[in-house]
Ligand binder design. Structure first.
Ligand code: NAD
Ligand code: MLT
Length: 312
């Protein structure tokens, strides 16, 4: 018996090698499909492999009568209707570890770019201007980094930040004083993080409880001149509240890798010189893309052949 696999977002070719090597797997790579296109062909597939672009809606899952497994080559499963998958007996697997390092490194790159205004200075120089006055930065050493969400990526960011001689203060409902002590960081409430931090970076999933966790009220509690980073999920920070906080002069800078709507449609935040951004590149390294695709490929092979997944 052979299984039909649809890969609907760009995945690493090396990463999907295990699938291509498996005799009973037939692979179709068809990226950039509209929901209508996906709805018209999903029925023929046993497995669907996605990154974050494909919206695996209730309708897609309902139409996918033969679907047995959806593989998410990455961490966040917020582009997959999990309730519909459960209702229809479709297993959803993700790759929770494969891009941790890359996402943490991207966060630190954003932090350093923000502190030293590197993107703004580079943009100015590209326009053939020699302006040294406008791009005076701040040092990281001795400043406080607030981390909201100390899971895999948050913890890796904490370790790296300590290397930059930042003090780290973190809020996570599951963080214990004991673990914080071992990591050499301070375990805090959200309010304490907001009050103390010079830089704040968010690393939670996007959930009901974390949607707009950084909102007007949170900005009011922050230090004047605070700088904000979001390399986790659009929607954790209320973008309109961030816009207001920058215009008010409360927030001195923001580095965004992710947005409430992707691909980005409304560029109003990007018009502010205090904002630097990348188009959801946190996991976009050769290594991370290979890791996550290998992980989900193995899970899909196991599940279709009657085995179990590592992360169902
Ligand atoms: P993780 O599950 O390991 O960690 C998430 C942490 O958030 C957990 O420790 C959890 O306890 C904590 N958390 C949950 N609710 C919270 C709340 N209300 N307040 C504070 N903390 C809370 O996940 P991870 O692998 O570290 O990923 C973190 C985020 O980064 C996810 O949103 C993921 O989708 C995103 N991500 C983005 C990129 C990118 O390309 N930009 C790459 C990888 C992951
Ligand atoms: C993730 O959740 O893993 C990230 O969004 C990375 C991605 O797939 O782009």
């Amino acid at each position: 018996m052979s299984f039909q696999i649809l890969i609907s977002d760009p995945l690493s070719e090396e990463g999907i090698h295990p699938l291509r090597q498996t005799d009973n797997m037939e692979i179709t790579v068809a990226t950039g499909q509209s929901e209508e296109e996906l709805l018209s062909n999903i029925e023929q597939y046993d497995a669907l492999l996605v990154r974050s672009q494909t919206q695996v809606t209730k309708e897609v899952i309902q139409k996918g009568k033969n679907l047995k497994v959806i593989g998410r080559a990455g961490v966040g499963v917020d582009n997959i209707d999990l309730d519909a998958a459960t209702e229809h007996g479709v297993i959803v697997v993700n790759a929770p570890d494969g891009n941790t390092n890359s996402a943490a490194e991207h966060t630190i790159a954003m932090l350093m770019s923000l502190a030293r205004k590197i993107p703004q200075a580079f943009y100015s120089l590209k326009q053939q201007k020699w302006d040294r006055k406008s791009y005076v930065g701040v040092e990281l050493k001795g400043k406080t980094l607030g981390i909201v969400g100390l899971g895999r990526i948050g913890a890796e960011v904490a370790y790296r930040a300590k290397g930059q001689r930042l003090n780290v203060v973190a809020y996570d409902p599951y963080l214990t004083e004991e673990r914080a002590d071992k990591m050499g960081i301070q375990c805090a409430t959200l309010e304490e993080v907001l009050h103390q931090a010079d830089f704040i970076t968010v690393h939670t999933p996007l959930l009901k409880a974390t949607k707009h966790i950084i909102n007007d009220d949170a900005f009011k509690q922050m230090k004047p001149g605070v700088q904000i980073i979001n390399c986790a999920r659009g929607g954790i920070i209320d973008e309109d509240a961030l816009y207001r906080a920058i215009l008010d002069g409360k927030v001195a800078g923001a580095a965004l890798d992710v947005f409430e709507e992707e691909p980005l449609q409304n560029f109003h935040l990007l018009e502010l010189p205090e904002v630097i951004a990348t188009p959801h590149l946190g996991a976009s390294t050769v290594e991370a893309q290979e890791n996550v695709a290998i992980d989900v490929s193995h899970d899909v092979i196991n599940i279709l052949n009657g085995g179990v997944a590592r992360n169902p």
